[in-house]
Design a protein around this ligand. Structure first.
Ligand code: 1GP
Length: 248
């Protein structure tokens, strides 16, 4: 298995990474579709796959999509946890993430206490990550009862990010929510990036080369696109977004 922490460290030395998010809810994505999308995104230059969604994910669907993506692309697969009951040892790593601005302890540490013994027993590589949900927040904001960071409150976002770093988190993720009409504001990305030394992930609502470039130029180390890559059939636009994210 790939050492994903090391892979990320090496990649971001050379610039921003692009991660493709696939939602393994069987109602949204079949294994065959996942293979087609994964192949297209590999060709477009994506660096790794995040696999996860807020609802409808099972261990079986997670395993099936992970194996398909790995076989199709050979790129790292990283579980973006959905549900305490869905855990896979097929992934190369798992984001062991706390939704630090949730108002519900379940999403901060309590679900973790239920999942952790299994994660440890299965020997899954974990990467501790703070997940900060910004307006509009979308499904994850509602499901995880996030106290959404207002789009203009860059200090609050920075405060959560710095706290996360001091708590020992190895990644910080600024999330506007999957399918958001507006991505995380570049000003917020810039302020958070200036204040932390761990890699910064940005996602939610990025679906144009301009938005991807704006996030990269503001300081994102890793840019995630999900809805756009699942829906876009124009391969030149896919490639343009991935290239804009990576600055190549
Ligand atoms: C969601 O940040 C990701 O967790 C991706 O968002 O689906 O809007 O690309 P999109």
């Amino acid at each position: 298995m790939i050492d994903v922490k090391e892979y990320i460290k090496e990649k971001i030395k050379n610039g921003t990474m692009h991660l493709t998010l696939l939602d393994p809810d069987p109602a949204k994505l079949t294994v065959e579709n996942a293979k087609v999308i994964a192949r297209k995104l590999k060709d477009a230059g994506t660096d790794a796959f995040l696999i996860g969604g807020s609802t409808g994910v099972t261990t079986e669907s997670l395993n099936a999509i992970t194996v398909a993506v790995r076989e199709e692309t050979g790129l790292p697969t990283i579980y973006f946890p959905s549900d305490v009951h869905a855990i896979s040892d097929e992934v190369d790593a798992m984001l062991f993430m706390s939704i630090v601005n949730s108002s519900d302890p379940k999403y901060i540490t309590h679900y973790h206490a239920k999942a952790a013994p299994y994660v440890k027993m299965l020997g899954i590589q974990t990467i501790p990550m703070a997940y900060i949900v910004v307006e509009p927040g979308m499904t994850v904001g509602r499901v995880a009862k996030a106290k959404l960071i207002p789009r203009d409150d860059v200090e609050q976002a920075a405060g959560f990010a710095i706290a996360a770093e001091l708590l020992g988190m190895k990644l910080v993720y600024l999330e506007a929510g999957s399918g958001a009409d507006k991505p995380v504001p570049p000003e917020m990305i810039k302020t958070v990036k200036m204040n932390i030394d761990v890699p910064l992930i940005v996602g939610g609502g990025i679906r144009t080369p301009e938005a991807a470039a704006a996030a990269r130029e503001a300081g994102a180390d890793i840019i995630v696109t999900g809805t756009f890559v699942e829906q876009c059939s124009d391969e030149s636009l896919l490639t343009a977004v991935v290239k804009a994210a990576k600055g190549i």
